[in-house]
Design a protein around this ligand. Sequence first.
Ligand code: TRP
Length: 360
Amino acid sequence: MSQTPEVDHGSMTEVTPDRKRVLTGMRTTGELHLGHYVGALEEWLRIQKEGDHECFFLLADVQALTTHTKDPAKLTQSVRDVALDWLAVGLDPNLPNIHFVLQSQIPERYELSAQFMMIAKYGEVMRNPTLKDEQARQDQENVSLGFIAYPVDQAADIYMVSPTPPQAGDQLLVPVGEDQLPHLELARVLGRRFNKQYGHVFVPCEGLVGKVGRLVGTDGKAKMSKSMGNSISLSDSEADVAEKVRRMFTDPKRIRPDMPGETENNPVFIYLRAFNPNLEEVQELTERYQQGKVGDVEVKRILAQRLNEFLEPIRERRAKYAGTDIREFLEEGTRVTREAAKPVIESVREKMHLYYPPPK
Ligand code: TRP
């Protein structure tokens, strides 16, 4: 029999509480889609609900400049779009432990980034598989130095809220999609290297990947992405969703509904498994599809309906927040983050001997 033990708050006052922090973020390059939801937001919401972590959610507008150079004026709108998407899915910066943070507004972060640039090695950055993938999609002649260095810069995002001075029990969690894991590995290496070379400042950061680390696109391609035109946005209307689902790829070998079909790698079934809470329905459709007893049209009709049911509360919350001044949330979150970053930067300067020489 399990019973919640009585907590004697009186006896806990002696103990310094563990500092459990979460820092994660998204590039502000436009509205978010279902891939962001299952790859990251679902996990962020779970952590918010648990309530025992201080969470810093970063709107990475500086990092957006690594790829989105053409139309700078769009960046402001993108910051708004992403913040509104976050509110719409249920992240709540009114809670005392939830902070929305605007990356560009934290001077301490740029400083830590410059310091990490000095300990990161060119070779290790160039081997980063996610960076290589993204680089392959860029105009090679015009890739900026900031783009190449962004995984290092991202380590500064994470470590600027490293509990300082570090104590046993402190945590720094980074819930992200699968593609971010090489960046986290680099951050861990940099934290460790700094600690060894200059003295102990950083707690190790830990990556957390949700149950669907990467969602296929509606065209069955490896990754849902707005720029690839294979995404369903969290802000899409009911009709848009229905139309996008109608055009989705399924099992390419199945040309008639009475043929046995493949469900494991079939995007329609991947989405059903990710977004349909009715497991029995998913199971039953899977069996019928495999036996050639249900057509694509019907499966898609059900998927569109379930996706719209999933998106409905998100749409409602979006409407509720439409008139909100998000600037207030961002200012407050950014202020709290700078408070957390100050002791980090002070320790780093001290350990790296970056200060005016004292009088002899
Ligand atoms: N690279 C992440 C993305 O592409 C965004 C990001 C910026 C991030 N800084 C971060 C993620 C720090 C985790 C931790 O969306």
